[in-house]
Design a protein around this ligand. Structure first.
Ligand SMILES: *Cc1c(COP(=O)(O)O)cnc(C)c1O
Length: 400
């Protein structure tokens, strides 16, 4: 999620959820939770989504020389776990709406194909019925990449329960610092050994969660006080690190995933979610999260519907979908990207950097999506004022 962001001012409103109320004060007891990956039969809370892909591949005994089918529209963190074990990523096409191209998958399947990763982009679920049949007949492990779909259902089926495994990136949906999920309906996952992150990292997680909240002026007066206290956070953090763990090889500073980087850290594949992040997930009102995301999505969607020079990637928000972001197709991305970023509008661009192998010939749609889709946040922690400001700023810019 970082890309070229260093040359721009920080977003004026948060790109991803920030803690806006103290989780322990939310009463979530006795509520029927909405469909999500948490409903899976077997689950492990891990450090990131990419660690989940790595663990799923290991659990399915994918080894060097095997081929793993990956969508041509992707991010590096989906490929790194494949290359890590010496397997070969083979890219398959997606449609103009990022739907999987089953015909292309069938062409690319051969006897070396051992696993297939399928992504439900932006919170909109793929229909996996036919793909599942292909995978079953050819004995291919199906991994559902639910990094954008922690929640949701399609035709009465809960997200992540069709694949042999599913992974999620909890930190994309919750106001936390680290965290991912690996789930399965058929594999107990209990042979996967997970260690608790170092104590220093748990402290870092708390400082980061609170730091980001106060940076975006959450918690009113108390937030202001916290902001002052945390002003020395970086210094304090450096002190703690040097005093507690002076000779570890960077393990306590945490995985790249927690800071929006792309790398897959070997030391963080077999780590569980930190305690503070786990507690926040447990105490989140999931129902409210789902309702707010859908409502915010619809507000952005409606506001940008009749603006020339752009259109929402999807015409409608399906009933069971819980959007990660609001994906908008921008006709002239070069004209608007830098301007919007300079104005402080948070923009996420999934697949901004595709693998060298992916070009117009391999998948024209992926190249198009990579360049033209801007994703605007619709998360549950945006205030009405923030949402209004973002929509007005986008409209004004696009109408120029
Ligand atoms: C972010 C992302 C991942 C990796 O998740 P992390 O938690 O960042 O490791 C995998 N797949 C997709 C589609 C993603 O957007």
């Amino acid at each position: 999620m970082n890309g070229t962001s260093t040359t721009f001012p920080p977003p004026r409103i948060p790109l991803s959820p920030v803690l806006s109320r103290f989780p322990m004060m939310t009463n979530v007891q006795g509520k029927q939770p909405p469909p999500s990956l948490l409903a899976a039969k077997y689950k492990r809370h891990i450090s990131s989504g990419r660690a989940g892909i790595a663990l799923a591949l290991e659990s399915a005994n994918i080894v060097a020389g095997d081929e793993v089918l990956i969508p041509a529209y992707h991010t590096d963190s989906m490929i790194a776990p494949v290359r890590r074990i010496g397997a070969t990523p083979i890219f398959y096409k997606v449609g103009p709406d990022a739907k999987i191209d089953l015909d292309d998958i069938k062409i690319k399947v051969n006897t070396r194909t051992k696993a297939l990763l399928v992504t439900h982009y932006f919170g909109f679920m793929q229909d996996l019925t036919l793909l599942k049949t292909v995978c079953n007949t050819r004995k291919i492990t199906l991994i559902e990449d639910c990094a954008h779909t922690f929640f949701g259902s399609i035709n009465g089926k809960i997200v992540g329960q069709i694949g042999d495994y599913a992974i999620a990136s909890s930190m994309k949906f919750f106001p936390i610092y680290d965290g991912g999920l690996l789930v399965s309906q058929s594999c107990p996952l209990n042979s996967i050994q997970l260690d608790t992150p170092p104590f220093v990292f748990q402290v870092k997680a708390i400082l980061n969660i609170l730091g980001k909240a106060t940076e975006y002026r959450r918690f009113g007066l108390l937030g202001k006080l916290l902001r002052v206290l945390l002003a020395g956070q970086a210094i304090l953090w450096r002190r703690i690190k040097t005093s507690v763990n002076s000779n570890d090889s960077g393990i306590s500073s945490g995985p790249a995933s927690a800071d929006g980087g792309y790398g897959l850290d070997e030391n963080w594949i077999n780590k569980s979610t930190s305690w503070p992040s786990k507690k926040i997930i447990e105490h989140t009102d999931l129902d409210q999260l789902v309702r707010t995301r859908r409502k915010n999505y619809q507000t952005i969607h409606n506001a940008l519907l009749n603006i020339t020079g752009c259109h929402p990637l999807y015409a409608t928000l399906p009933d069971g979908a819980v959007p990660l972001v609001c994906p908008i197709y921008i006709d002239d991305p070069h004209k608007h990207f830098v301007k919007l970023k300079q104005l402080g509008v948070p923009i996420w661009r999934f697949g901004e950097y595709l693998d060298d192998e992916v070009d117009i010939e391999l998948c024209k749609n992926s190249v198009e999506l990579s360049a033209h889709i801007f994703q605007f946040p619709c998360h549950q922690e945006l205030s009405d004022n923030e949402l209004d400001w973002m929509i007005q700023t986008i409209r004004t810019q696009l109408e120029q």
